[in-house]
Design a protein around this ligand. Sequence first.
Ligand code: NAP
Ligand code: ZN
Ligand code: ZN
Length: 354
Amino acid sequence: MAKPVCYSTKAFSTTSPSSPLSAATIERREPTPSDVQIQILFCGVCHSDLHFARNEWQFTQYPAVPGHEIVGRVTKVGTGVTKHKVGDLVGVGCLVDSCRTCPNCSAGFEQFCDLGMSGGTYGGTEKHLGTPTLGGYSQSIVVEEDFVLRMPANLDPAAAAPLLCAGITTYSPLKHWKVGPGQKVGIVGLGGLGHMGVKFAKAFGAQVVLFTTSPSKVADGKRLGAHEVVISTDAAQMAAHAGTFDFILDAVSASHDINAYLNLLKRDGNLTLVGAPEKPLPVAAFPLIMRRRSLSGSLIGGLPETQEMLDFCGKHNITCDIEMIRMDEINGAYERMLKSDVKYRFVIDMKTLA
Ligand code: NAP
Ligand code: ZN
Ligand code: ZN
């Protein structure tokens, strides 16, 4: 395969785990026949961007451009593109490619492709150029048409951008574990993911309890849809819920005691971990073997389910609570994210990169 011609676009990148993000010029391929070129309007700031920029997961290649909650307008399409046209409002999440033929891809679970995350929006491999993929903190991106999603026209595009990761990452496990009416469901951590977990669990009809370490978030937790908010550092409040949950979604970005949440599950209850802290979380045997509880994980969602989630949000008018920032405010935003001071997702207004 001949290497496609490239063009330059502005971006924000980092060159080492300890360097701040700063302005850079990067190369993107010109659209091949199956590609869509997108002018990025808004990009959400996921805690994964921070883990990745600082190499906390030990696979970052530098210079690195984070960003996988992308909303933009189609500016060019390849000759074979049928699903999108110039001017469409579209989204791109954590995936820009996968093998499309392995059992997981065939079943619509591209996030679990047998090739691993080589199709990641950042930190993957640009299959046409052989270089690391570069994410959405940039003015434009070129993506294979199958990995480009349709954005519902009725949603504010900036507030919808974080649906592309925070939205699908919480929607998917709640659906998989059939969360619904009559169930008591816990959401741990009121950050970008957690606040969408609260909104979806409420929309699916469950009784929702939010666990937070931040007393200042109690009122917001209720406004976002939680029936009850528990301060997780208060042992008495935690003990009052022992053995009562059907399902708990853990969306915490840092080290914490997961056993304390396992103990809150009923018989056969499940705790699904979506948070991806830098260090391992020790799991004790007894909270699991008592009551036959299970602990599982979940990674974003495949393309069909991501489109389903976007359409669900369009139908029910669900978006994210966001704080808009300029591109050059990103380093300060990371510091606030580390202090759990985000309400509840930063979104970069990409015209500030121009
Ligand atoms: P975020 O906006 O920074 O929210 C994380 C929340 O966790 C904080 O707001 C805080 O909530 C709580 N928290 C932080 N430090 C804590 C600590 N030491 N102990 C207890 N609670 C703490 O992060 P996010 O973007 O939602 O991402 C959350 C995690 O999910 C990250 O690790 C991210 O990489 C991962 N992630 C995974 C997937 C996936 O597919 N599995 C997808 C996206 C992101 P309170 O103030 O309410 O306590
Ligand atoms: Zn993310
Ligand atoms: Zn595959």
